[in-house]
Design a protein around this ligand. Structure first.
Ligand SMILES: O=P(O)(O)OC[C@H]1O[C@H](OP(=O)(O)OP(=O)(O)O)[C@H](O)[C@@H]1O
Ligand SMILES: O=c1[nH]c(=O)c2nc[nH]c2[nH]1
Ligand SMILES: [Mg+2]
Length: 175
């Protein structure tokens, strides 16, 4: 509508970009596993989909954990956060392994931003260990183990969301 400022997406509000390659992501997941190896053993890994699926696979492989479950939560549509929707809860079998409270379970996600997603899963499994690869300051207090902190005004670009493309030279105004 004329005169109305367009609503900025979380990515536009973020301003800074932090692109992550597959190689970098794999290294960061391995570094995360080094830390988690000191905390475990874990009965099962719970991946927060979809972003948690890739780090969960790498972490579970490194830790030798073969039981993997998912909790399926959607909140961002591309880069705008809406209401959290739990599309699939934690399975009965995984709940049982964690004694009903998540003890001995490892929750994995790619990142915490505002912390809304992490908070919801923590409520489901209060005694589980929560690990993410990246953390922004608002969500950081919710996470037990992470590898890299980026500022709240940074948008992380994951390799599964991006593709190689032309980038103009700095002197032509590229960031
Ligand atoms: O700390 P928050 O502000 O809640 O944001 C973090 C969550 O947002 C992203 O998931 P998204 O909802 O985009 O779904 P996806 O994992 O399927 O991409 C990301 O993978 C985290 O799960
Ligand atoms: O790809 C993403 N990058 C981010 O920085 C982010 N924050 C919430 N959800 C996100 N998704
Ligand atoms: Mg996610």
């Amino acid at each position: 509508m004329a005169g109305e400022a367009p609503e900025l997406s979380a990515q536009e509000r973020a301003g800074k970009a932090f692109p992550v390659s597959w190689d970098q992501f794999h290294r960061d997941c391995r570094a995360l596993t080094w830390r988690l190896n000191e905390v475990g053993p874990f009965h099962a890994v719970i991946a927060i989909t979809r972003g948690g699926l890739v780090p969960a696979a790498i972490v579970a492989r490194e830790l030798g954990v073969r039981v993997i479950d998912t909790v399926c939560i959607a909140s961002y549509e591309h880069n705008k956060q809406g209401e959290l929707q739990v599309l699939k809860g934690i399975s009965e079998a995984a709940m049982k392994l964690g004694g009903g409270t998540g003890k001995g379970l490892l929750i994995v996600d790619d990142l915490v931003d505002t912390g809304k997603t992490g908070k919801l899963v923590r409520e489901m499994l209060p005694d589980a260990h929560f690990a993410t690869v990246y953390a922004k300051p608002m969500g950081r207090p919710l996470v037990d183990t992470f590898i890299t902190e980026v500022s709240q005004d940074t948008w992380i670009f994951f390799p599964w969301d991006t593709a190689l493309s032309y980038h103009p030279p700095l002197r032509d105004g590229a960031a």
